[in-house]
Design a binder for this molecule. Sequence first.
Ligand code: PNS
Length: 183
Amino acid sequence: MTSLPALHRARAGDAVRAENPLRAGTVAFYPGSFDPLTIGHVNIVERGLRVFDRVVMALAHNVNKQAMFTLEERRDHIREVFAHDARVSVTVFEGLLVEAAVAHGATAVLRGLRGVADFEYEFQMSTMNHLLAPELETVFMMTEKGHFFVSSQLVREVASLGGDVALLVPAPVLAALAARLRK
Ligand code: PNS
């Protein structure tokens, strides 16, 4: 049986909440490359906000990945898309995801799952993250049925070949893609 002291043991995020009442509530850390942000990502954030009080979108600084948009551009896209909702913020992190998540007072890492193709990689990552920070849970949301085929990689490929991606990305990203590909 779980002991009372164990039940009351502090969890990641409690310290931040106790220090600053304005930061009260549950925080999900939603990491990714978001290169670019798609309607699939937006949907995960919106549904994440039904479960968590705040979502911190966390742009990973990955030197090994060739990106289409700079970190600053991607951060600006996210800011513009979620400008109407103070519950969503964006940060850029380097190093271990779990350390950045705990530093932001998150109790969970939020990730979308499109299907079995995502599963293996996500299972490995969440298991590794749990080993590194057992107090941090990973919460997966199944992608909405109309979004299972949407990926940043396909959006980049289709857009750069002249295909129409208007239904797959939010308006600021569509404008940025058009501007980038005109160059
Ligand atoms: O959108 P992506 O590219 O699939 O996101 C991958 C991301 C950023 C979640 C992953 O690369 C990551 O967590 N990077 C941070 C470095 C880290 O903590 N690595 C160990 C994870 S098991």
